[in-house]
Design a protein around this ligand. Structure first.
Ligand SMILES: [Fe+2]
Length: 338
């Protein structure tokens, strides 16, 4: 391990071992200045989420509970770094629960604060709304199912809406204690509901369902949408399929590459959505079409090794027509080829 865990590979080695070295641990192991984790500021006042979450809860939750996770994570990472330097594997293993608990607490709460907003509530819009509709049938179904799963957490824990990068679907999950969602389930965290008693007891006493019902009024759907977008970008590849040794499909989600298909060893289609490349097609080893939307290249077509058309919109080349060197027209109106 010591031979492998140097410089860049350190983080990946730690990840394989289920450890989270964090900035500080990696920095120390790499021989550079150590940076400690810090408590993130809130973008709103402690009382801004009232009446749904009272100021006293927010103040204690953020400045005491989250701050303690940060402090203990830094202490644990310091010990882990020393254990790593000494080659003390036994101590490294013994520190893993503390890394998981305090690292998870820091990760979870850092997401949680941004999931909330004084101007939150209502219903999500755009791609998130569409994904919820697709995976849960309706926003109300999502609310009902996520609330039920969150209220049902035994003891302390979190309810989550996560993104499954394998299937491209939204998933509801629950984690115990401070177990971080992604490290525990593989799901990318989008929205977390903290159901430790410190998150609600001062205001809601033992009635956890009332707290979970109220928190929907301050959910920052823009933040949840941004997290979904980032998760889809990071894991955008949808499908690579080979059939009979021919590539059938490569697809990227979210305004990116839609399809690359090869059949019989000929490229059939490359398509990009949203003002980008629409289609590149090769059949019989001849380029049929390259099209760009929005004031760009519209079409390049070759058939039988003869250029048929190149068209640029907006003060540029409209058309070159050359078929078997019979005719060349320049410029021509694009409409004559539509
Ligand atoms: Fe908490």
């Amino acid at each position: 391990m010591s031979m492998l865990c140097r410089s860049a590979p350190i983080r990946s080695c730690a990840a394989r071992l289920g450890l989270s070295l964090g900035v500080a641990g990696v920095a120390r192991a790499a021989g550079v200045a150590r940076q400690k984790h810090t408590l993130p500021d809130l973008s709103y006042d402690y009382g801004a989420l009232e009446p749904h979450i009272c100021a006293e809860i927010m103040q204690l939750h953020h400045s005491k509970h989250h701050a303690t996770y940060v402090s203990n994570l830094n202490v644990t990472e310091e010990k882990y770094t020393e254990a790593l330097a000494k080659g003390d594997v036994s101590l490294q293993v013994a520190l893993q629960p503390a890394l998981k608990f305090n690292g998870g607490g820091h990760l979870n709460h850092s997401i949680f604060w941004t999931n909330l907003s004084p101007s939150g509530g209502g219903e999500p819009q755009g791609a998130l709304k569409d994904a919820i509709q697709r995976d849960f049938g309706s926003f109300q179904n999502l609310q009902q199912r996520m609330s039920a799963a969150t209220v049902a957490v035994q003891g302390s824990g979190w309810g989550w809406l996560g993104y499954d990068t394998e299937s491209g679907r939204l998933r509801i999950a629950a984690c115990a204690n401070q177990d971080p969602l992604q490290a525990t389930t593989g799901l990318v965290p989008l929205l977390g509901i903290d159901v430790w008693e410190h998150a609600y007891y001062l205001q809601y006493k033992n009635v956890r369902p009332d707290y979970v019902k109220a928190i929907w009024n301050v959910i920052n759907w823009e933040n949840v949408s941004d997290r979904l977008k980032a998760a889809q970008k990071d894991q955008s590849l949808l499908c690579v399929a080979h059939r009979d040794q021919s590539l059938l499909c490569v697809a990227h989600r979210d305004q990116s590459l839609l399809c690359v298909a090869h059949r019989d060893q000929s490229l059939l289609c490359v398509a990009h959505r949203d003002q980008s490349l629409l289609c590149v097609a090769h059949r019989d080893q001849s380029l049929l079409c390259v099209a760009h939307r929005d004031q760009s290249l519209l079409c390049v077509a070759h058939r039988d090794q003869s250029l048929l058309c190149v068209a640029h919109r907006d003060q540029s080349l409209l058309c070159v027509f050359d078929e078997a060197q019979i005719q060349t027209r320049f410029p021509l109106k694009w409409s004559s080829y539509l």
